[in-house]
Every structure is written in structure tokens, then in C-alpha cells.
Write a protein that binds this ligand. Structure first.
Ligand code: AMP
Length: 192
């Protein structure tokens, strides 16, 4: 199996690039943000809970997020592998993911970490707000908060995978096609 963590700050291009990787490698996409938004739309209890955090740019609590992710993996039962987009976002989530994947006989192959500087992220998110309809993209104060949460709680997850020799940095500036090529090259370097 090929199991990829596609990592990066909000606005780095994880969603867009996930689509390219899925198409090329036949992976199953698991975006915790998308799953939460589907629950909000469906007015589920989980959606209601998640919304209160997401609207502020805070993380949804680990226990809720981890349980949901595990259930989604079991439900999808992929044979080729997964692309984890927006998960794990804390070291506790990364540890839980490792334990869970081991329990089903697989593991993370590599983490691809998209790197984009902060001003570019803010511009991209405000631009995305015009089409995404996401309230957390439209408000500069919430964007600031999401980036601060990323720097404080999520960026350390890179060290978690670096310690396992699974981290590859990807320059996230350039055309969408350029960045896709860099990602494919990184996957090929490990997928032998
Ligand atoms: P995203 O679509 O990845 O930008 O996520 C949107 C929002 O969903 C985040 O700002 C968090 O509030 C919540 N969220 C998504 N994934 C996670 C996660 N792995 N852990 C905690 N909260 C998450």
C-alpha cells in the first residue's frame, strides 16, 4: 500500500494536489476538513460540534478527530492506499494514526510537506473565499488564527515523521502542474 500524509499550512494546496495524486496512484482520499464540512452540511451531531471549533479556526479535539478518521479508514477499506489530507494535525493524532495503521497491518509510506510562505498563504485563502464559501477563509482574523494554530500545534508533526525518515519537503510555490511534478517525483523516489 502507498499511504501518503499530504501536509502543509492552510492554503498550501493540499486539496488541489490531493486530486492529482489520487488520480495517478488510485488512492483513497481522506480529508478530515471535508468530512467535518459534510457533517456540518448534513446537520449531524458531529458537524455541530466541529463547527464551533472550525468557525474560530481552532482544531477539533483530538479524540473526536481520531475516532472519526479510524471509522472512515475502516469504512473505505482501500487496497491501494490512502492520502491523508489535513490529518494528522497534532503529534497525538500522528501517534494514534501510526498505532491504528499498524493494527490493520500497514503504515505511512511518506509525508509530503508543502512549503509556502505566510503572505502567500493569506492571499490564497482570501482569494479562495470568493469561491469556496468557507467562512473560515473569508475573515483575515480567522486566517491569522489558523496559521498560528498551524505553527504552534501542527508544524511539530513534521519532526514526528522526520524521525522515521519519511519526511520530504516540497516547494509549494509555482504553477499547479510544477508542484504536481515535484510531488510525483518525491513519491517515485520512495515507491520502488
Ligand atoms: P481544512 O479543510 O483542512 O482546512 O480544515 C478546516 C478546519 O477543520 C480546521 O481549521 C479545523 O478546525 C478542522 N480540522 C480539519 N482537520 C482537522 C484535524 N486533523 N484535527 C483537528 N481539526 C481539524
Amino acid at each position: 500500500m502507498l499511504n501518503i500524509v499530504l501536509f502543509g499550512p492552510p492554503g498550501a494546496g493540499k486539496g488541489t494536489q490531493s486530486e492529482r495524486l489520487i488520480e495517478k496512484y488510485g488512492l483513497t482520499h481522506l480529508s478530515t476538513g471535508d468530512i467535518f464540512r459534510a457533517n456540518i452540511k448534513g446537520e449531524t451531531e458531529l458537524g455541530q460540534l466541529a463547527k464551533s471549533y472550525m468557525d474560530q479556526g481552532h482544531l477539533v479535539p483530538d479524540s473526536v478527530t481520531i475516532d472519526m478518521l479510524r471509522a472512515e479508514v475502516l469504512k473505505s477499506n482501500s487496497s491501494k492506499g490512502y492520502i491523508f489530507d489535513g490529518f494528522p494535525r497534532t503529534n497525538a493524532q500522528a501517534t494514534a494514526l501510526d498505532d491504528f495503521l499498524a493494527s490493520i497491518g500497514t503504515q505511512i509510506t511518506l509525508m509530503l510537506a508543502l512549503e509556502v510562505e505566510e503572505n502567500e498563504l493569506k492571499n490564497r485563502l482570501l482569494k479562495r473565499a470568493e469561491v469556496s464559501g468557507r467562512p473560515d477563509d473569508a475573515d483575515p482574523a480567522i486566517i491569522e488564527n489558523r496559521i498560528a494554530v498551524y505553527n504552534r500545534e501542527t508544524a511539530p508533526v513534521k519532526s514526528f515523521y522526520q524521525a522515521q525518515n519519511k519526511l520530504i519537503f516540497i516547494d509549494g510555490i509555482g504553477t499547479i502542474d510544477n508542484i504536481t511534478d515535484r510531488l510525483f517525483e518525491a513519491v517515485e523516489s520512495r515507491n520502488t
